[in-house]
Design a protein around this ligand. Structure first.
Ligand code: GLN
Length: 447
């Protein structure tokens, strides 16, 4: 049924890069046989799933939407894929994204555009645009995306679905092609809050291959999900509303505030004055880490290798010139510049200082409040091509999602309204480290 839907409409939407149809149908038959023998086993038994194409899947093409990895078949499964497979879902296919997860509209994919199922003139957001569009279009009940500066939450907001960026360390990054290792985190995209909690239940957990994944913190995110919100204390930072945010988005957030109040919570205005620096700090740190992580694509170990090189250095140069798109090159150049001896202190170290300041500022608010809310994005989805010539504007749009990555805190986006041109608006809910339970509880009651 899902493939029928995809075949009918994904030519227009463009959410999948690769369909795993033959294997998926075989596996579905196998699961049917087990079910007939009453041997159903696994929390996701028979449930179709889509996976962003920067999460490695054994013997299944994993391209990062880049020419560099056009023919790359990984030899192992990411930890999250192993964990999912233990619960017997069915992999429908791999999903389109911005090249190497760098972008916010899925327009930097080497292979194709993805369109927003709500309005095909609009971008789906990014970088997990294919994953969010697929869930919104009913091509998969859930997807996994990755979020370095908002790439699960922003496309979830644009496509009217639920997206969670878990606490840094909650989910193993082993097998997620690294963009910025201190910020990257894998997260579920679903149609509702309960499904989201259920998927995080499965993919969470420490792994031996990611030393930043935390042991001993596994939780049941369905536990207490429908608790009463009476007495819950919510903060709304004044920097997240007002100037720079679309009127319709502000209005939707104000309505969300009323909903929370009617559910028994209190909502108070607070201030996070360092918000104005988060975009600069993020783009310095993320690009620095990207420039180091992407050094491995040298034409020898992985993927694309230039054909007519005359020397080793020539091979590196030609391979990288041909294999990477403009946005990836821009980040590598910025990151290399920031990390160079003469500029390191002025940019990289200062950005790290800002990161610490922001974390203590947000922690101090969360010592008095349970949750922080605000819009997920500054506007609803914009038109395809509208911002491609203004990269800086696109970077600035990430101001609301970046804080959760810089601080490592969990944050979820949930639909909270529609604009007058019928494009979804997302509400973001953020909590202290490892307090995803509180977020799911509030989001579930809000939904
Ligand atoms: N839009 C942000 C960027 O381009 C976030 C990307 C992400 O979270 N992967 O860096």
């Amino acid at each position: 049924a899902y493939y029928e839907r995809i075949e009918a409409s994904d030519e227009t939407i463009g959410s999948f890069l690769f369909l795993n149809k033959e294997d998926a149908l075989k596996q579905a038959e196998h699961l049917d046989a087990l079910q007939a023998e009453d041997k159903m086993d696994g929390a996701l038994f028979g449930i179709p799933m889509g996976i962003k194409d920067n999460i490695v899947t054994k013997d299944i093409l994993t391209t990062c939407a880049s020419r560099m990895l056009e023919d790359f078949n990984p030899v192992y499964d990411a930890t999250v894929i192993e964990k999912l497979n233990n619960e017997s879902p069915v992999l429908i296919g791999k999903q389109n994204m911005d090249e190497f997860a760098m972008g916010g509209s899925t327009e930097t994919s080497y292979f194709k555009l993805t369109r927003n199922p709500w309005d095909t003139d609009a971008v789906p957001g990014g970088s997990s645009g294919g994953s969010a569009a697929a869930v919104a279009a009913g091509f998969a009940p859930f997807s996994l995306g990755s979020d370095t500066g908002g790439s699960v939450r922003q496309p979830a907001a644009f496509c009217g679905v639920v997206g969670m960026k878990p606490t840094y360390g909650r989910v193993s990054r082993y097998g997620l092609v690294a963009f910025a290792s201190s910020l990257d985190q894998i997260g579920p995209i679903t149609r509702n809050v309960r499904d989201n909690a259920k998927i995080l239940n499965v993919i969470q957990g420490q792994s031996d291959y990611d030393s930043t994944s935390m042991p001993g913190i596994d939780a049941d995110f369905l536990d207490g999900i429908d608790k009463d919100l009476t007495g819950l204390k919510i903060a709304l930072p004044k920097e997240y509303t007002g100037e720079g945010i679309d009127d319709e988005v502000n209005e939707a957030v104000q309505n969300a505030v009323k909903t929370f109040e009617s559910l028994g919570a209190t909502v108070e205005t607070v201030s996070l004055p360092h918000t104005k620096y988060v975009v600069s700090a993020y783009y310095l740190i993320a690009s620095s880490e990207a420039s180091a992580n992407l050094a491995r694509f040298d034409g020898i170990r992985y993927g694309h290798s230039a054909k007519d090189a005359e020397s080793l250095e020539d091979l590196y140069k030609k391979t990288r010139a041909e294999g990477f798109g403009d946005e990836v090159k821009r980040r590598i150049m910025l990151g290399t510049f920031v990390l160079s001896a003469g500029h390191y202190d002025a940019y990289y170290i200062r950005a790290q200082k800002l990161r610490s300041l922001l974390e203590s500022e947000v922690k101090s608010v969360l010592s008095e409040y349970d949750l922080i809310i605000g819009p997920t994005t500054t506007s609803p989805a914009y038109n395809i091509g509208e911002k491609t010539d203004d990269k800086l504007k696109m970077y600035k749009d990430d101001i609301l999602t970046i804080p959760a990555n810089l601080t490592g805190m969990p944050a979820l986006s949930i639909p909270c309204g529609l604009s007058s041109n019928k494009r979804p608006i997302g509400l973001q809910i953020l909590a202290s480290h490892f307090e995803e339970n509180k977020i799911y509880n509030a989001a579930y009651k809000f939904e």
